[in-house]
Design a protein around this ligand. Sequence first.
Ligand SMILES: Cc1cc2nc3c(=O)[nH]c(=O)nc-3n(C[C@H](O)[C@H](O)[C@H](O)COP(=O)(O)OP(=O)(O)OC[C@H]3O[C@@H](n4cnc5c(N)ncnc54)[C@H](O)[C@@H]3O)c2cc1C
Ligand code: SF4
Length: 495
Amino acid sequence: MADPKGFMTTPRQDWPRRPVEERVRDWNEVYVPGALLPVISEQADRCMDCGVPFCHEACPLGNLIPEWNDLVAREDWRAASDRLHATNNFPEFTGRLCPAPCEAGCVLAINQPAVTIKNVECAIADRAWAEGFVPPRPPDRLSGRTVAVIGSGPTGLAAAQQLTRAGHTVVVYEKDDRLGGLMRYGIPEFKMEKHHLDRRIEQMRAEGTKFRTSTAVGRDVTAAELRARHDAVVVATGATAWRELSVPGRELAGIHQAMEYLPLANRVREGDLEVSPLSAAGRHVVIVGGGDTGADCLGTAVREGAASVTQLDIYAQPGAERDDDAEPWPTYPKLYRLSAAHEEARDLGTAPVADADARLFAASTLRFTGDDGGRVRRLHLVEVDARRSPVAGTARALPADLVLLALGFSGPDQGDGLVEQLGLAMDPRGTIVRDRDFATNVPGVFAAGDAARGQSLIVWALAEGRAVAAAVDRRLTGSSRLPAPISPYDRPMSV
Ligand SMILES: Cc1cc2nc3c(=O)[nH]c(=O)nc-3n(C[C@H](O)[C@H](O)[C@H](O)COP(=O)(O)OP(=O)(O)OC[C@H]3O[C@@H](n4cnc5c(N)ncnc54)[C@H](O)[C@@H]3O)c2cc1C
Ligand code: SF4
């Protein structure tokens, strides 16, 4: 702690976002480039070095937060980078995309705004790349063992990097044409520019990890072939089986799943398409689902030039302050949060009928109606109470000629036949069953990430990837020095 009074003298200052009118005209990250570094050392110095850092416990990776806060306060960027990379393979991803449960657990947050931990993490990662502190780290010796990793999302990439560095020959099989999983085709560019992803993949190639894109295991290569070729297999295929909305009119044209819509917009950014076939330009868009995926649809529709955008959330509007009885510190509370996309929607007035920004809370969809051509034109909804019972007299309709369903995901997509070919045991939630060593019921086959945990977050995916790598290394060599930050049964801190 360079300044023991920093938390008393320095107010919290977040990485500023660019003006709304400017940023909705492009797809670049929403933050002001270069505005973080000049303030971040002072911000890191707000860390109290409290002695029992609950931020560690709240971060699934166990990031050594007070230690790198101190190093950043002293401007020792190389040591800060080493300390951060000791627990996190890809901190520039979490520094941009993590909802930062660590900040909810920050001791300072008991009665003051938390330390800007996520911003400090991002600044260290960006500075490390700028200064050349993160060269490829190929292994000194090869073990002679080979591992197949199925899926190149954050789980698969973290597992592959750890296992490659431990000396195993790792091949990542990815059914998409590009690597990165949901970070490539789900998450929009304005949340994380894809060059961050490409740079890490180059680092991994230079370390010796091999990648096979456009290869669906189960379809292009059978599970049996894969098991015959490799000493161990890690299934990290994500949870992309989407939830449906079974209401009258669902079959009308113009109603799509979020993950049908977002990848097309990302493909326009990648240069594969000139215009998205599902573009929101000129359309009245209604997004059903109040979560982050819905917010990503919102920001995308605004940038595509939608005529209006409304987001429906079935839950009542949460409060702005933590409810200390229901969700006490240091848990991650459900609060009214204004994401960049919501700020844009609010300032641009995209949804005149909304309760707040673009969101209509406690809103349940009853049905859709369309025109003679079979295209959706209106979404009919009703307000619901806490038990989701309709409130009398609140039914109404919104204009809607593009509806996006963002209702979450139930488990891995089984369309490729991988689960069946391997004979993997599934639990009633639709996710892959594994034991405490991440091993499935099939010898030599391990499961990690959203495919086994269920829909989660990038920070959990990275922790899963690191932990499954340790388990595989142990199985292949009898012991492992790789860190395992979580067990398969760990869950976010709660009461
Ligand atoms: C739209 C959206 C936005 C999100 N935003 C955030 C955010 O801002 N912050 C956050 O923390 N989390 C966010 N999440 C959640 C986060 O992206 C996931 O929790 C995380 O990506 C899970 O990582 P994973 O590696 O387990 O799976 P995925 O990222 O889903 O990767 C799985 C990969 O496996 C591949 N695959 C599947 N089957 C096969 C097969 N048979 N053969 C070969 N390859 C296969 C898939 O193509 C995919 O590339 C978001 C999710 C969505 C949908
Ligand atoms: S990964 Fe997420 S929880 Fe962990 S320190 Fe970074 S922002 Fe906090």
